[in-house]
Design a protein. Structure first.
Length: 288
């Protein structure tokens, strides 16, 4: 046994050698290529400081950022059948669920909480895009409906933050049925005379756009968010025409009357708070 080779050299290498560095310490801006330290990005609410590009924001962080002092009561996830169709493509659906749960530490893509926004009690609902692309399945549908029912029971507004690729194909028609079910939940909230505010984030597409995401009383969008039903390439191939520059972006939809306002992420909680305060005063005056 060579004492220098087997003992001394490994000890020296461990002290002087290059250490393993996590891959996510630095995040690259998709627009400029600038590298941003992850802590700086988190402190700036996942907005690149120099370019202003809005990165995807984790669901839990969104709820904490929305509610006063980051305080809210997290709603439990309704229990549903995990793999009703026993679906399998290149991988079992049940395995995909396990992987997403391990990655996100969530049961499914929807997070809902109850708290106050500028002192007004409200229910907040967010999509976690990292969980299978924020796709809408039966579990997500049940969680959304439960959130609307909670808002109705508490007689308070609901604020929705969709971020989704659409319906979850692994659940087939059961996934598509969540579109009319969540639409009915929206109508129930409106019949109760309660406000419904939607903040469209990147991306909001597919069946989610075709249902509850575009049924708000007020629609706010984050800058540069992709908002639409079918993809750009699919539309161009269908109509045999080139689509305008910026088509399906938040700014394009605002210019064409589909979105009420496009706001920087930092301004959204304050703006929602002002809206809810005005609506709350109006509801009190009406009740009196």
């Amino acid at each position: 046994m060579n004492w220098l080779t087997n003992y001394v050299r490994p000890r020296i290498n461990s002290m002087l050698g290059r250490r393993e560095v996590p891959e996510n310490l630095w995040i690259k801006c998709p627009e400029t290529g600038e590298m941003v330290f992850h802590k700086d990005l988190e402190e700036n609410q996942w907005v690149i400081p120099a370019s202003g590009h809005h990165m995807k924001m984790p669901g839990k962080a969104r709820l904490a950022w929305l509610f006063d002092n980051g305080q809210y009561e997290l709603m439990s996830q309704p229990k549903v059948a995990q793999d009703p169709l026993k679906f399998r493509d290149s991988k079992k659906y049940s395995d995909r669920l396990k992987d997403s749960r391990t990655k996100t530490e969530l049961e499914d893509t929807i997070l809902a909480g109850v708290g106050t926004i500028s002192g007004v009690k409200a229910v907040g609902v967010v999509h976690e895009f990292e969980f299978m692309g924020g796709s809408l399945g039966t579990a997500a549908g049940e969680a959304i409906i439960a959130a609307f029912e909670k808002a109705i029971a508490e007689k308070c507004p609901l604020v929705m933050f969709p971020a989704s690729g659409g319906a979850r194909m692994q659940e087939g028609i059961l996934s598509l049925m969540q579109l009319p079910r969540t639409t009915v939940a929206v109508e129930m909230l409106k019949e109760a005379g309660l406000p419904y505010i939607v903040v469209l984030t990147n991306p909001t597409t597919g069946g989610v756009t075709a249902s509850y995401a575009m049924l708000g009383d007020i629609h706010i969008a984050e800058p540069g968010a992709l908002i639409g039903f079918a993809g750009r390439r699919v539309i161009e191939q269908t109509i045999r025409e080139k689509l305008p520059e910026g088509f399906q972006t938040a700014e394009y939809l605002y210019q064409h009357g589909m979105v009420d306002m496009v706001l920087h992420r930092h301004k959204i909680p304050e703006t929602i708070g002002r809206i809810l305060s005005m609506l709350s005063e109006g509801m009190k005056s009406k009740a009196a």
